[in-house]
Design a protein around this ligand. Sequence first.
Ligand SMILES: *[C@@H]1O[C@H](CO)[C@@H](O)[C@H](O)[C@H]1NC(C)=O
Ligand SMILES: *[C@@H]1O[C@H](CO)[C@@H](O)[C@H](O)[C@H]1NC(C)=O
Ligand SMILES: *[C@@H]1O[C@H](CO)[C@@H](O)[C@H](O)[C@H]1NC(C)=O
Ligand SMILES: *[C@@H]1O[C@H](CO)[C@@H](O)[C@H](O)[C@H]1NC(C)=O
Length: 402
Amino acid sequence: MGVGLQSEMSDPWKKTMYRAVAASLVLVVTITVLQMGSSPSEQKTTFPEDAVEAQKRNIPADSFWEPNTDTTGTALAPVTERQVLAWDVTTNNCTANSNLTKLDWFKTLEPNFQQFILYRHCRYFPIIINHPEKCSGKIDLLIVVKSIITQHDRREAIRKTWGKNGVINGKTVRTLFLLGKASKEEEQANYQKLLHYENLIYGDILQWDFLDTFFNLTLKEVHFLKWLSIYCQDVRYIFKGDDDVYVSPTNVMEYLDGNLVRDLFVGDVLYKARPIRNKDNKYYIPSALYKNNLYPPYAGGGGFLMDGPLAKRLYKASEGLELYPIDDVFLGMCLEVLKVNPIFHDGFKTFGIVRNKNSKMNKEPCFFRAMMVVHKLLPDELLEMWDLAHSNLTCSRKLSIQ
Ligand SMILES: *[C@@H]1O[C@H](CO)[C@@H](O)[C@H](O)[C@H]1NC(C)=O
Ligand SMILES: *[C@@H]1O[C@H](CO)[C@@H](O)[C@H](O)[C@H]1NC(C)=O
Ligand SMILES: *[C@@H]1O[C@H](CO)[C@@H](O)[C@H](O)[C@H]1NC(C)=O
Ligand SMILES: *[C@@H]1O[C@H](CO)[C@@H](O)[C@H](O)[C@H]1NC(C)=O
């Protein structure tokens, strides 16, 4: 019986050995990759997909998509100003402004809000993962997605759906994810390794050395604007949004193709929003921080479109303003400085869709097919809706997005 068992076992045993050897090889490769990835220096890997994209970057002579070479010259780089050529922030030793702790209104704030106030003057942090090459050359649509280190599945779903790099209707599209550091200390080391690995595979991560918290979203905004101003030579339009939205790049392209507006900034715009004075609300604002009763018009941060040259001017405007705890309102303030009116468009649904399983908005692919941006979807829902909306679907009425 012993012999019989032995001969029966020998085959599976060999398999097990092969598996063990294969597994240890994979482990060695992974560790090597992780070690390469954990270097704190800037990542400058060029990925083969870039070469392919570069070859495909064969844009038809279509007036709206050509760079502005006309006399108004809004797209011309300022020649008189000193051009920063690389991320120039290398220290993160900005200290808390403890002067503020004595103020009465400060004492009433919740701890995260207090943290924001204490570090409000710290404007820029070093960059941990950079991709200068991602913005070289002509890009028709740059998609940037606010993401956090732990939401790997959302990034994966976006890469498979609306964040695909490539060419749509002859236009070059690039996607990048904007990240800070893991907000929980126990998550930092492990997730950071995984992120470096993810970045080695996809090369689409930008990460800065600040904690990814709700109150640091405005930091993410200004870091992106600064990054764009340094590294992007010729970006025609930018889509910026959350990692839990549905986007139709085809509809976005169609809309942009017909756009005649200079300084375009379009989204789910609120024109007369009021600062929330209820202390229990996530968006509570003490009047010491903002005294007016109305906000300037601003677009919901879930997803909006802006003109590339305008984004560079927004960067300059942002530098003249103190950071505001709500990132989309902050951008509205920058627009106000530039006297640019954001445009409301019905194709952006970033406010007011209730997460109700019976809502049409959750299961009607024809609705999604007609929109430019819809929030909030979990990764599985996004993948499913993407497939449905791109299937051979007969929609009873043609919804116009113009
Ligand atoms: C921050 O670090 C830089 C470089 O190490 C140093 O020159 C500077 O004095 C530091 N600032 C503070 C406030 O510690
Ligand atoms: C705190 O107050 C002191 C004295 O008024 C001032 O010199 C200093 O610049 C203040 N600190 C900050 C970070 O504003
Ligand atoms: C924002 O990030 C900085 C740098 O990591 C951190 O010191 C600060 O506490 C964060 N602010 C908030 C409000 O989380
Ligand atoms: C799509 O639907 C139309 C009409 O229902 C049909 O004629 C066509 O063959 C379908 N195409 C595919 C690829 O299924």
